[in-house]
Design a protein around this ligand. Structure first.
Ligand code: PEP
Ligand code: MN
Length: 373
């Protein structure tokens, strides 16, 4: 997993985002020593501020939280021999901005550094706690098809609240599949208890679903919970056709607690395109990439909502610049639950999608033909 470890969980009573981070301290070394950090903290404390480290793969930058406008404080910080500069960042999403000092940060999922290799996450929409073997077989099959991470819904937000909402026992099945295959796992969390259980169990990527994409209390809980860990978060785009900055700012809100391992996941918006479950939005990727360094993993399954349309959407997503795909797959879709009977592709179809999208990925990056196989 990524190396976004931020040390101790921030003890801030409120989020950085609400405090309008405008000032970042960029040190000369990649990270400050504890003594240098204490020196920095002593200065800002005199002015009623705090320091929040934001830990990237290569460097750590230090945000000032509080009223950061004191000129004398800034002058004293700039005078420290280990401080390169103190930057005021104007972007509405300062940490996730393409110009942020975190732009060199790489989010890592299992063996894949996003941005260096196409990541394919695949697995069932929903784990059926009564039929664990389906999930265990699916996990093995998606691994054999070439997926590098496994998805499986434990707790489910549903279109109809009276539909099956998941079962905590499925978490054991998910982690069992992870141990057997060696694949990192992604699962959706919807409340603090899910977050605690998932992190305790060792889930590698927490998913925030489209229905909760703008649930700022949940984003805050997730941001706090993953600070100081290597866990990543996959943030789905909200269901409504929201603006780009809304999406990136929601990611920023999670990262502001100290762990920048946030992945953006377009998954189609509403109203849907007649015939599709949602309106496919994989073409958003180049626009996101002009503004943010955050990796983009597209979910074609929820976008189009029907297995037969998933391959084309996956190919389009990679052509548009996606760093990865999250695809619902099942060894026996018609015996699945949740979205699986209509949306899940079979392992054979997944293997085709993976080889074709890898070829497009290589083509897009101008790699030699041999790498496209
Ligand atoms: C899911 O991934 O199964 C899911 C419910 O996704 P979304 O939040 O995008 O609808
Ligand atoms: Mn689903």
């Amino acid at each position: 997993m990524g190396r976004g470890s931020a040390g101790a969980e921030p003890s801030l009573g409120q989020s950085l985002f609400f405090n309008h981070i405008t000032v970042m301290i960029l040190p000369k070394p990649n990270r400050l020593t504890p003594e240098q950090l204490s020196e920095l903290t002593a200065i800002v404390t005199e002015f009623g501020c705090k320091i929040q480290p934001i830990v990237g793969t290569v460097r750590t930058i230090y945000a000032i939280v509080g009223d950061e406008r004191h000129e004398l404080m800034i002058n004293r910080l700039e005078g420290l021999p280990f401080v390169d500069r103190v930057d005021t960042i104007q972007s509405p999403h300062k940490l996730m901005d393409i110009k942020s000092d975190l732009a060199t940060h790489r989010v890592r999922v299992g063996s894949v550094n996003l941005g260096e290799e196409l990541l394919v996450i695949a697995g069932q929409c929903t784990i059926d706690p009564k039929n664990p073997n389906y999930f265990l077989e699916t996990a093995q099959a998606v691994k054999e098809a070439g997926a590098q991470a496994l998805r499986g819904g434990v707790w489910k937000p549903r279109t109809n609240p009276y539909s099956f909402q998941g079962d905590a026992r499925s978490l054991e099945i998910l982690m069992d599949a992870s141990r057997r295959t060696g694949l990192p796992v992604v699962t959706e969390v919807m409340e603090q208890e899910h977050i605690n259980l998932a992190l305790d169990a060792g889930v590698h990527v927490l998913q925030i679903g489209a229905r909760n994409a703008l649930n700022y209390s949940l984003l805050r809980q997730v941001g706090r919970a993953i600070a100081g860990r290597t866990t990543a978060v996959m943030l789905k785009r909200s269901i409504h056709l929201g603006p780009l900055n809304e999406f990136i700012s929601a990611a920023e809100y999670i990262a502001a607690f100290g762990n920048p391992n946030v992945i953006l996941c377009p998954r189609g918006t509403q109203p849907g395109l007649d015939g599709y479950r949602n309106h496919p939005d994989e073409s958003i990727t180049p626009l996101l990439k002009e503004r943010t360094w955050a990796p983009v993993v597209v979910d074609p399954s929820h976008s189009v909502g029907k297995a037969a349309y998933v391959p084309a959407c996956a190919l389009a997503a990679v052509a548009y610049g996606a760093d990865g795909l999250c695809i619902e797959a099942h060894v026996n879709p018609s015996h699945g639950i949740g979205d699986d009977p209509k949306q899940a592709v079979t392992p054979a179809a997944l293997a085709d999608i993976i080889s074709q999208t890898r070829a497009v990925y290589a083509l897009r990056r101008g790699q030699p033909a041999a790498a496209r196989a």
